[in-house]
Ligand binder design. Structure first.
Ligand code: PMP
Length: 393
């Protein structure tokens, strides 16, 4: 048996995958499991995007592209960033990546030295912990608290900054809480980043999934921020393209030139025909996105009111993404025990909040990227299952 490299200790399997595995095993045994654990849209990719990909392959667009991505897609992304996010980028300031997953890796690899500190939210999409760890950098968590509607506590965040802090990661709309950080929060963050000369990595993958009048703001659009921000975005969530593996980083040219060196040694480039379909997504799929958003909003409203009508659990109304973060503290159980209980007793798969960091303890994450009918069924099953549990005195 060969031993793995020492640094592999820094790369555990994800808690979400563990839950998915367990749910899948139950399903194989014939159990009717409702999947509310996965952060994967249940819609098919819009037809117009699929047609663009078929057409691209048919025309023989099957070869390597520039490491940076095709000029046409980079231009379309720059135009999108102007149109939707009010930030001026040229095509040179865009790197096409294999999803935000790769963008995260390239940003950390290119800018963090061993020992450098990076501020990350807690709870968080765990790549922002494990990828810095893998490179010997030190993730330092700032807490997102329910009492504060999961908005970032600026004072606390600033108090965590040391002379080793180099980077600040934000994610809005956020996984797993669904929070949309407000203009005031982002303005305060921008002031802090400028004062302490930090690089900001802004993960905006859920940007179009906002509800009830919430508005997504790109921190790069605030004065003095474009020059220090790496905006990471992608097609997975908003266009329902998780399997296509397409994303991008937008940042000043020097950042992009550093990140492309990481990218070229892992991926060379994103798939040529996928890049071409990406242009169609940006230019023609907005009506499809808006249809999906309408349906997500309907599911969110139902789930939030169902949870808040149950004894012992509660949740905030999330402004974005497709997650509800349910407070289970009144049961005095760990979130892992609760998620296991819900899987075994109610046959609903969720993710324990603790899988997203210590601040997630006491919560369970539901994804509503699952049909409305299944959500209704799942909520009814949960109501019955919770009624059987004793509450903390
Ligand atoms: N960022 C966040 C906050 C996410 O929740 C996810 C998916 N769960 C990703 C990035 C991954 O995106 P991609 O498919 O583009 O790699």
């Amino acid at each position: 048996m060969f031993e793995t490299a020492k640094r592999m200790e820094m790369l555990p399997f994800s808690g979400i995958r563990v839950m998915m595995e367990k749910a899948t095993q139950m399903q194989k045994k014939g159990e009717d499991v409702i999947h509310m654990e996965i952060g994967r849209p249940d819609f098919d990719t819009p037809q117009v995007i699929k047609d663009a990909a078929y057409d691209s392959i048919r025309r023989g667009n099957v070869f390597y592209t520039s490491n940076y991505g095709t000029p046409e897609l980079r231009k379309a992304i720059a135009e999108k960033l102007k149109r939707d996010n009010d930030v001026d980028y040229t095509a040179d300031e865009i790197l096409v990546t294999i999803g935000v997953g790769e963008g995260t890796y390239a940003a950390v690899a290119a800018f963090l030295n061993p020992g450098d500190e990076v501020l990350v939210p807690d709870p968080v999409w765990l790549n922002y912990i494990h990828v810095p760890n893998f490179f010997g950098a030190v993730p330092v968590s700032y807490k997102l608290r329910e009492e504060n509607d999961f908005q970032i506590d600026l004072k606390e965040l600033e108090s965590l900054i040391t002379d080793k802090t180099r980077m600040l990661v934000i994610n809005t709309p956020g996984n797993p809480t669904g929070v949309v950080q407000s203009y005031e929060t982002l303005k305060g963050l921008a002031d802090i980043a400028i004062r302490h000369d930090l690089i900001v990595v802004s993960d905006e993958i859920y940007e179009k999934l906002v509800y009830g009048g919430e508005k997504h703001i790109s921190i790069a659009s605030l004065p003095g921020m474009k020059e220090r921000t790496i905006t990471l975005n992608g097609f997975s969530k908003c266009y329902s393209m998780t399997g296509w593996r397409l994303g991008y980083a937008a940042a000043p040219v020097d950042f992009i030139k550093a990140m492309v060196r990481v990218h070229q040694y892992i991926n060379t480039c994103a798939a040529s025909f996928v890049q071409e379909a990406g242009i169609t997504a940006l230019e023609k799929a907005e009506p499809d996105v808006q249809e999906m958003v309408k349906e997500y909003a309907r599911r969110r409203d139902y789930m939030v009111s169902a949870i808040n009508s149950m004894d012992g659990v509660s949740c905030k109304t999330p402004g974005g993404a497709f997650y509800v973060f349910m407070n289970i503290k009144s049961f005095g159980m760990s979130s892992a025990d609760m998620a296991n209980y819900l899987l075994e007793e109610a046959k609903i798969a969720t993710v324990p909040g603790s899988a997203f960091g210590s601040q997630g303890e006491g919560y369970v994450r539901f994804s509503y990227a699952c049909s409305y009918e299944r959500i209704v069924e799942g909520m009814e099953r949960m109501r019955k299952a919770l009624a059987k549990l004793p509450k903390k005195a």
